[in-house]
Design a protein around this ligand. Structure first.
Ligand SMILES: NC(=O)C1=CN([C@@H]2O[C@H](COP(=O)(O)OP(=O)(O)OC[C@H]3O[C@@H](n4cnc5c(N)ncnc54)[C@H](OP(=O)(O)O)[C@@H]3O)[C@@H](O)[C@H]2O)C=CC1
Ligand SMILES: O=C(O)[C@@H]1CCC=N1
Length: 257
């Protein structure tokens, strides 16, 4: 199978590196020269990656075409291209509906949307796919797992959940800075918090039958310090803020449909 990537930015880089580290049967990956520091490095690191200047040539030579340009330029870039009906399209572009993509690309080709996230490079993230064509699911299974959303609302819910990445780092940075204010080295605080969160993620993955609420009970001392922080977080409307943020992102996604 030959894969083509229109847009060779951060997420294409992670997907391609993850795929070429897996046993996925890929004969060749053709990428846009754009983001030349990324495309040049990919071609240097992997014999199976080739750089192309012309987006239409990438499409014409590929069986599965990944769309990975930013949403704000997608209409302009894709309207200049044509995808034959016998290709498989995989759009990684956030918020843009399949109907718009098909109009821009003048095609009736099968089009799936997917939300691979940076840890796919290390096969450490589950990718949400809609509607979940077998070949697309099989490919993302190689990168840590795939989940097919049954409805577009469910898919948009996963897209909203994926928007928590920046908040994860915001929480860690904020906690590290607070520890620095108490006298820690930043590097020590960073190492400590990164290991704590990574260890918790490990415990979570080892207990797939336990809900997050069960894991809370298993990790927290009754009347202890953790319980106090969680209660303050709720009292100060941390969970309300979280739900407001998720509602607003979901509404933004729906407004662009
Ligand atoms: N980052 C993430 O975690 C995720 C991102 N996404 C989605 O994936 C898409 C890409 O995101 P991301 O990789 O982070 O963004 P980047 O900005 O890193 O990548 C965008 C890429 O598009 C290229 N590009 C711009 N114009 C053209 C063109 N005319 N032809 C071909 N390529 C072009 C850019 O090249 P140049 O640099 O030369 O301008 C760059 O390589 C977005 O739509 C985003 O919503 C989806 C899931 C996760
Ligand atoms: O934040 C974004 O818009 C993209 C989509 C999912 C992850 N990054």
């Amino acid at each position: 199978m030959k894969l083509g990537f229109i847009g060779t930015g951060a997420i294409s880089d992670a997907v391609i590196r993850g795929l070429l580290k897996s046993d996925c049967r890929v004969d060749e990956i053709i990428v846009s020269r754009r983001s030349e520091h990324i495309s040049t490095k990919l071609a240097a690191d992997f014999d199976r990656v080739r750089v192309e200047d012309d987006n239409q040539a990438i499409i014409d030579q590929s069986d599965m075409i990944f769309l990975a340009v930013l949403p704000q330029i997608a209409g302009d870039v894709l309207s200049a291209l044509r995808v034959p009906d016998d290709k498989q399209i995989v759009s990684l572009i956030a918020t843009i509906p399949i109907s718009d993509l098909k109009v821009w690309l003048g095609t009736n080709a099968q089009c799936d949307r997917a939300i691979p996230l940076p840890p796919v490079e290390h096969h450490a993230c589950v990718t949400a796919v809609y509607p979940g064509s077998p070949d697309v699911m099989a490919l993302f299974e190689k990168l840590g797992g795939a989940v097919a959303a049954e409805t577009i609302d469910a898919f948009d819910g996963y897209a909203t959940g994926s928007a928590l990445m920046a908040t994860y780092f915001t929480v860690l940075e904020s906690a590290a800075q607070w520890m620095v204010n108490q006298g820690s080295d930043y590097a020590d605080a960073r190492r400590y918090l990164a290991a704590l969160f990574s260890g918790l993620a490990g415990n979570t993955n080892k207990s797939p039958d336990q809900s997050f609420a069960d894991l809370y009970e298993g990790h927290v001392t009754a009347g202890g310090l953790n319980e106090q922080v969680a209660q303050t977080f709720i009292r100060e409307k941390g969970t309300d803020a979280l739900h407001t943020a998720l509602d607003e992102v979901f509404a933004r996604i729906k407004a662009s449909a």
